[in-house]
Design a protein around this ligand. Structure first.
Ligand code: ADP
Ligand code: MG
Length: 386
């Protein structure tokens, strides 16, 4: 990037933090933006932060204004942050001094932002000399501030983006084998492309959560009242066949925890999958399967994890997720495993298990993380490379 003194750098960040009554309730995303912003500022750039907030769909509104984020961002950065609206922006940017940091108004106040409109990208680009994309979580969307603008200005990856891409590269790009993937969560239908991509990439595919029921049903198991997408049995069967061809060992639970009602601490039974009664539902993977899966992880060098093994929000159906997460964390600490996890509920589950900090990398990117697990090229990342 060379000397940045006095250069205006547009930095795309993810400032889309949860807010309640005007207060930021989780500043994870703000903290993720700190290294890039502070480094650019330290190198003498005028830092112009570009971000969206909420879903205004081209309609400016006070409650979706990034004016309210300038203060919280300033706090985590430990330096002043100006706010610049889309009226007097050119003059305001011209008045900045080297090292100054400013947040530009919500990119989605322009209707063309989400349409990747070149005119909107140009509107942003005229303000800066360089563009840095630091928002992996927005990179699966080809929007004016994530994609088109990167073709107008010299475009670089920010530090958080770099860290995320490095971790993902280690997990699925050029991983050390054997590689295990844990895929869980509620439904097969939301993760079909993930499963299809993974069978060709990993040595062990561990299927848990509600989606395991569909696979068990495809294998002729009577899953009773369990969450199960019976219409996807053929698809599940095709995935199992593809795995076999690709030499990927699929691990389905062979014991499970069942209950007649889905409520906290109901009466439960731990049974072989062939012993689920018609009025019972599978809500967690059983302890014998978890032990076997721990042994699988011990033979692996790399783990990628998306989706909880059971209905972890409701006790005691968190047991398998917590146990397997702790095993993965311990192996990572020992240095035998590179572990990368992502997904909204997965991050919550790892936090619940108290081990999120012990994984090699935990992605909070949600949709972008899943698309990456599907093997898709993310437009916001691709635009940086070309
Ligand atoms: P992520 O957000 O990490 O991608 P998902 O949204 O796919 O994960 O899945 C998480 C949800 O799956 C959780 O709410 C969890 O309760 C649910 N789930 C997991 N196992 C089961 C099960 N056996 N029956 C019903 N729901 C389940
Ligand atoms: Mg989810």
């Amino acid at each position: 990037m060379g000397d940045l003194t006095g250069k205006a750098v547009l930095v795309r960040e993810d400032l889309n933090v949860p807010m309640k009554d005007g207060v930021v309730t989780d500043d994870t995303r703000l903290r993720a933006a700190v290294p890039t912003i502070n480094e650019l500022s330290g190198r003498g750039a005028k830092v112009l932060v570009l971000a969206h907030f909420g879903r205004p769909k081209g309609q400016p509104s006070l409650d979706m204004s990034l004016a309210q984020i300038a203060g919280p961002l300033s706090q985590v950065l430990g330096r002043p942050v100006r706010y610049i609206d889309w009226e007097g922006d050119k003059a305001a940017v011209a008045a900045l001094q080297p090292g100054d940091v400013a947040v530009l108004e919500n990119t989605r106040f322009f209707g063309g932002e989400e349409k990747n409109d070149p005119a909107v990208a140009e509107r942003f680009a005229v303000l800066g000399d360089l563009y840095v994309n630091d928002a992996f979580s927005a990179a699966h969307r080809a929007h004016a501030s994530t994609e088109a603008v990167a073709h107008i200005l010299p475009a670089f990856a920010g530090r958080a983006m770099e860290t995320e891409l490095d971790a993902l590269q280690k997990a699925l790009g050029s991983p050390e084998h054997p590689v295990a993937a844990v895929v869980g969560g509620a439904k097969v239908s939301t993760k079909l492309d993930v499963l299809k991509h993974l069978v060709a990439k990993v040595d062990h595919l561990i299927i848990g959560g509600g989606m395991a029921n569909t696979f068990l049903a495809a294998r002729g198991v009577d899953v009773g009242k369990s969450l199960c997408e019976h219409d996807l049995k053929d698809t599940a069967e095709a995935i199992l066949e593809a795995a076999e061809k690709a030499n990927c060992t699929v691990h389905l639970p062979y014991d499970v925890v069942v209950a007649k009602e889905f409520a906290p601490n109901p009466p439960t039974r731990t049974v072989n999958v062939h012993e689920v009664a018609a009025d019972e539902m599978i809500l967690d993977v059983g302890p014998a399967a978890v032990e076997a899966l721990a042994d699988v992880l011990k033979t692996c060098r790399t783990l990628v994890w998306n989706g909880p093994m059971g209905a972890f929000e409701t006790p005691p159906f968190d047991a398998a997720t917590v146990a397997l997460a702790r095993t993965a964390a311990a192996l990572t600490k020992e240095g035998s495993l590179v572990s990368v996890a992502g997904g909204g509920d997965t991050v919550a589950a790892l936090n619940h298990a108290g081990v999120a900090g012990d994984f090699s990398f935990v992605s909070t990117a949600g949709g972008a993380f899943l698309e990456w697990m599907e093997g898709k090229e993310l437009p916001g990342v691709k635009a940086l490379m070309s």
